[in-house]
Design a protein. Structure first.
Length: 245
């Protein structure tokens, strides 16, 4: 006789879950037994593919268009998630933007565009989801970055936004306790097909593990927080092969 999956009967919401790390997280939660809603902004085709993959796992998958910069869009996405699955147990704030830009020529528009998605977005989604998460004694997992722990000169606005998310994680952990625990996964360089190979190889050479990470390894860290003890809260877990050491 086999036991039920760890997240059987649970409902998860993954922002930016159509592709890359978000897709890997959504599928990992589905494999662990959760029904999963993903949000997308421009990746409609990829969202359909991810929902299909979730349904092939035997889970209820659902995709909803959402701009995490918009209060109204976030409100609708959370309402549709709860309407579709009847509850909300896990929120993964994954939606983010990344840009390379020299700090001395960085425009205000560039700065604001990164912050409104990477820092304001998780705040808006968490605030809207909080009543449902309190009811289910749920969990929030934010996706930060090694860039929020270490300065990258060519990505100052990105690094600052992720550092803000790390601090927001810890503030949420105190403010939302004891009903909801809040943690953060901070990936290092994660390899994708379109990676700049020269940079990827250089960073892999600097990491003690001598390679770059995968989206699936980030998803495993998210799954640790999603299925682990609620007594763990306010933690920032670097998944970087030791690159930040």
């Amino acid at each position: 006789m086999t036991s039920d999956p760890a997240l059987s009967g649970k409902s998860a919401l993954v922002t930016g879950g159509a592709k890359r790390i978000g897709r890997a997280i959504a599928l990992a939660l589905g494999q662990a037994g959760a029904d999963v809603t993903i949000t997308y902004r421009t990746s409609a085709d990829e969202a359909v593919e991810t929902v299909d993959a979730l349904e092939q796992l035997g889970r209820r998958g659902f995709a909803v268009a959402c701009d995490v910069r918009s209060e109204e869009s976030v409100r609708l996405a959370v309402a549709r998630t709860v309407g579709e699955h009847g509850r909300l147990d896990i929120l993964v704030n994954n939606a983010a933007v990344f840009e390379t830009a020299a700090l001395d020529t960085l425009s205000l528009a560039q700065w604001d565009a990164v912050f409104e998605t990477n820092a304001r977005g998780p705040f808006l989604v968490a605030r809207e989801a909080l009543p449902h998460l309190r009811q289910s004694r749920g969990k929030i997992i934010n996706i930060g970055s090694l860039g929020g722990l270490r300065p990258w000169a060519g990505h100052a606005h990105y690094c600052a936004s992720k550092a803000a998310l790390h601090m927001l994680t810890q503030a949420m952990a105190k403010a939302f306790a004891p009903e909801v625990n809040v943690n953060c996964v901070a990936p290092g360089w994660i390899k994708f097909d379109e990676d700049r190979e020269v940079l990827a190889e250089r960073l892999a050479g600097k990491a003690p593990m001598r390679r770059n990470g995968t989206a699936e390894e980030v998803a495993e860290a998210v799954l640790f927080f999603a299925t682990g003890p609620a007594f763990i809260t306010g933690q920032i877990l670097a998944v970087d092969g030791g690159l930040g050491l």
